[in-house]
Ligand binder design. Sequence first.
Ligand code: FAD
Ligand code: NDP
Length: 596
Amino acid sequence: MPPTFLQKSPQEIVERCISENKVFIFSKSFCPFCFKVKAIFRSERIGFDALELDLIENGAEIQEALFAKSGQKTVPNVYINGEHVGGSDKVQELHSKGELITLLNPKTHSYDYDYIVIGGGSGGLASSKEAARLGAKVAVCDFVKPTPIGTTWGLGGTCVNVGCIPKKLMHQAAILGHDLKDSREFGWSTPEKPEHNWNTMVEGIQNHIGSLNWGYRVALRDKKIDYLNAFATFVDEHTIKTVDKKGKEKTLTSNNFLIAVGGRPRYPDIPGAKEFGITSDDIFSLPYSPGKTLLVGASYISLECAGFLHGLGYDVTVMVRSILLRGFDRQMSEKIGEIMEQMGVKFLRETIPTSVERIEEGQPGKLKVTAKTRSGGQVVDEYNTVVFAIGRDPFISELGLENIGVQLAKSGKIVVDKREVSSVSNVYAVGDVIDGGLELTPVAIQAGKLLARRLYGNGKELMDYVNVPTTVFTAIEYGCCGLSEEAAVEKFGEANIDVYHSNFWPLEFTVAHRPENDCYAKLVVLRKEGEEFVIGFHYLGPNAGEVTQGFSIALKLNATKSDFDNLVGIHPTCAEVFTTLTITKRSGKDVASQGC
Ligand code: FAD
Ligand code: NDP
C-alpha cells in the first residue's frame, strides 16, 4: 500500500480498501484469528489483500471507521466483493459450508456459462477444474480429429493419449529390456535374447490410457463441469458452435473462453508423406510391430521414439536436417547423439526426405524413402515404417478465430500477454497453442490453473516461464534447467561464465559393465559480485527427470555453487555428483570417470 494512500482520511481508506479489492482483510499482524482466516483463503487458493492495522500509525482510527461502517469492532474484518462478511467465525462457517467461494463469483451476466474451455488436454482440463472449484459455471469441449490413417483417442489431450504418458511407458519397456540384459550379471537367469511383443505392450499401455480417459470424464462430472465431446468454432466473441461426431450442432454462449486446443504433428510437403507416413499421433497405438523404422526430425519426439524403438529391438534410423535437439545445450545434445550411435541407432545427417512410396502392402508393409543430402547427394532406402517428427502446428485453422479477430503471431500461434489474454479481451489461451510458450504438459497445467485463479479466485500470480525444467527421455536420459552453456556465454560474456563438469559411472552400471563415461553432469555458473550463481543445470544419466526436478528448485531460488557444495549428498546415487563438482572446463583437467 503506498504511503500516500495511508495519509487519506480513515473513512476514505476503509472505503477504498473495500471497493478496490475483491477480497479484503482488515487484520493485525499478531492476531491468531487473522492467521486462521488467511490460512483458509490460502488453502482455497483465493487471493486476498490485507491491511495490518497494528503496523500503521493511524491503525486505531481506521479500526474506528471500520466499526462505524460494519458494526464489527474486532479483527479480522473481511469484505468480499464490497460486501461485509464478518470475522473469523463467520469465515470459518462459510468455508465449512462451501459458501465462501459462492460469494466470490456472483453471476453478473446472462450467458450460458462463465467459462467455456475449448480443448480437454493438459491446460484445458486443469483450468476448467480450477475455475469450477472457484465457483464458475464451466463447460469443456474436446474433440479429436482422426489422423490421416484414422487414429483417434479419448479425453485428456496429447499428453495422456499420444504424448508423455505412452512415450514414457514405451521408454520404460525399453529400459526393462536393457535391465533384463544387466540382470544376468547380477545372477538372474534370463534368455540370452529376450523377446519383446509389441502388441502386448500396446494393449497394456492403451488399457491404462483408457482408464485415464474415464477418470477425466468422472472428474469433470464430479466437479459439475459440462463436457461436450464436440468440435467448437467461434461464432462471435461470446458464442461458439459445437458439432459432435454425429453432426449434431449446438450453440453455447459464455462470458469468458479459454483456447487450449494444443497442436498436431506437421507432415512434410512431399509425395507419399500423409498416405504412407505416420506420426507420434499413431505410433503409440499402432496395431502391428513397426519393424525397420525411419524417424524424420532430430528433436525431442524423434530422438525419444528412436530411443525406445531401438531399445525394443528395432532397426532404427534418424534423419537429421541440421543439428540434434535445437535449442538445447550443444555439448549435451551431441553427447546424446554419440551415445545413441554407439548403441546402434543410425543417423543420416544433413538429409531430408523427398518422397515416400509403398513398395509392399501389409502391416507394416514396405516403404521406399528417397532423400537428399545437403551436399546434393541422394539417399534411397527401404523401411517398414516412417515416422515424421518435424514439429507441431497449433490446431486452430478450423477454430473460427477470424470471426472474432484473435491476433496470430508469425509462428501461427496465438499472441497472448503475460496474463494469457489474447487480442480479444474475454478470450484467453494457454498451452501449446500460445506464441512464445513452452510445449510441455506441466507448463500448460500451471498456466491454466493460475489463469483460473486470476479469473475466479482473485489470484494475482502470473505464469513464470523462466527456469522450467525438462527432460528428454532418450535411451540415456537428459534433464536440464536454466541456460545452456552457449546461451549463458552469449548473455553474460565468456569471461563471466564458468562450467563445472564431470563424467560419472552410476553404481548400477558397474557390475553390469555398462560404459564408464556415458553419464555426465554439468553446472553453468555466472561469476558475479564474488559469488558463483548456478544458471544452468545439465544431467545425462539414469532417472534424469527425477534428479532434475529436485535441483530445479535450487535454480528457482538463485542457488550458488557454494550452496551445491554445502549440500550433503545421498550416497550412493547419481545426483550426488552435483555436490562434488570441482573441475571447471577452463582448467582443462580430465573429467573421465574414476569409479566409486
Ligand atoms: P493438448 O493436450 O494437445 O489438448 C488439446 C485438446 O484440444 C486435444 O484433445 C484436441 O483434440 C482438442 N481440440 C483441438 N481443437 C478443438 C476444437 N476446436 N474443439 C474441441 N476440441 C479441440 N510434455 C512434457 O511435459 N513431458 C513429456 O514427456 C512430453 N512428451 C511428449 C511426447 C510427445 C510424443 C508429444 C507429442 C508431446 C509431448 N509433450 C511432453 C508435450 C505435451 O504433450 C504438450 O505440451 C501438452 O499436451 C499440451 O497441452 P495443451 O493443453 O496445450 O493441449
Ligand atoms: P521440434 O519443433 O522441437 O523439432 C522439430 C525437428 O524436426 C527438428 O529437429 C527440425 O530440424 C526437424 N525438421 C523440421 N522440419 C523438417 C523437415 N521439413 N524435414 C526434416 N526435418 C525437419 O518438434 P518435436 O516434434 O520434436 O517436439 C515438439 C514439442 O513437443 C517440443 O518442442 C517439446 O516441447 C514437446 N515435447 C516434449 C517432450 C518432453 O518433455 N520429454 C517430448 C516430446 C515433445 P531443424 O533443427 O533443422 O529445424
